[in-house]
Design a binder for this molecule. Sequence first.
Ligand SMILES: Nc1ccn([C@H]2C[C@H](O)[C@@H](COP(=O)(O)OP(=O)(O)OP(=O)(O)O)O2)c(=O)n1
Length: 159
Amino acid sequence: MESKQNGSVPASETENKTNSLVHVQKHVHEEAEESFSFTPQPSLEDIRRMQAEFTDERDWNKFHQPRNLLLALVGEVGEVSELFQWRGEVKEGLPGWTEAERENLAQELSDVLIYLVELAEKCRVDLPQAVLRKMALNRLKYPASKVHGSAKKYTEYQD
Ligand SMILES: Nc1ccn([C@H]2C[C@H](O)[C@@H](COP(=O)(O)OP(=O)(O)OP(=O)(O)O)O2)c(=O)n1
């Protein structure tokens, strides 16, 4: 028989609750810590080439001018937004999303990337190199020591 102190919850019950809380916290922690990375292929250059072949084979270059590609890109961004709308905040890893919803999102994000890469190609922007330059600029604009933990825009810092 469990001993009750001053009518409080038996020690074993408190222990169980504590244990399950620790379990839940550990689970949440593990989910947040779960590492994720992309497979290295295809590269952006691979994607550029594959999309160029797709376009050539269909004689679609006459439609794929920069402005049309930009409009197509924005349209696909809208399709990604549709998948998130009315859901409220969505946690990292998309807990509760079905496999079909995840696949849908993967397809829409791919459409965005495909049009982005082709737009960059048609504008003669070497996207991987441009990204390296831009990230270097971002690091200069937002020194970690200065902005750590703050999401303020760089123009809001007084210095
Ligand atoms: N003129 C076109 C039409 C399509 N695509 C390619 C690039 C995109 O990855 C995809 C876009 O196809 P859809 O316009 O059919 O759009 P979705 O695949 O998003 O279909 P839906 O709008 O029904 O969701 O196909 C392309 O390069 N050029």
